[in-house]
Design a protein around this ligand. Structure first.
Ligand code: FES
Length: 77
């Protein structure tokens, strides 16, 4: 797919910061795993990582951590 998207790095279980693994994200706290698109691969996380709203402004991107968007939403410059 074209464009950029940002997936929140906060685990939906108890809020630990997940780590990128190259094949998705792992949570160091209780072992949840997420796919690159944020989908849960392994629990205990109850829900996918949310996609965050990003805005392109003059060659750079601004991530709005307070706003989530539908999975698959991308910003193309
Ligand atoms: Fe991530 Fe528990 S906070 S698995």
């Amino acid at each position: 797919a074209k464009g950029y998207a940002v997936v929140a790095a906060v685990c939906t279980h108890l809020g630990c910061i997940v780590k990128p693994t190259g094949k998705g994200f792992d949570c160091p706290c209780h072992g949840s795993r997420f796919a690159p698109d944020g989908a849960v691969v392994k629990g205990p996380a109850p829900a996918a990582l949310p996609w965050l709203k990003i805005t392109a402004t003059g060659g750079s991107y601004v991530v709005d951590e307070g706003a989530t968007v539908k999975k698959g939403t991308r910003v193309v410059v």
